[in-house]
Design a protein around this ligand. Sequence first.
Ligand SMILES: [Fe+2]
Ligand SMILES: [Fe+2]
Length: 156
Amino acid sequence: MKKQEREEKLLQSVQELGAEIIDSERFRAAEAIPHHLAGNVAQHSLNVARESCRIAEWLNRHGAKVDVKDAVRGSLLHDIGMTEKEVFRSPSWKKAYSHPDRGAKLAREEYRANDVQEDAVRRHMWPICLIPPKHAAGWIVSAADKICSIKEILHR
Ligand SMILES: [Fe+2]
Ligand SMILES: [Fe+2]
């Protein structure tokens, strides 16, 4: 499969598995919230979801049993806490510590996130926040967030 075809397939999987989140009002509002690296929080979250999907599918081809939907939904929601006014208006050092908890709460309350997805959101800032993710999907989200941040810095 050609690279472009692979990328299109990944995007399609993200759109299917994450439709409920992508189509939500809050996620659309995240397009207006600047992200220091990727333009806005929604675009960054889509980038992270695509990267997580790529990693999860690769691991599954090599014998792992990662739930790709958990990885995609955890990714789309990982920075959703940034959409809360008091979070996005706070200084960046404070935001770094507050957005995972706020996001986990929103993920549970507004998106019916399961335990794996909620934990992925709450722990994605490891090691800045000290407690690591509990599940494979959470490790993938945390890694994909860092990979995308590097790519976003390089392509800025
Ligand atoms: Fe984050
Ligand atoms: Fe992020």
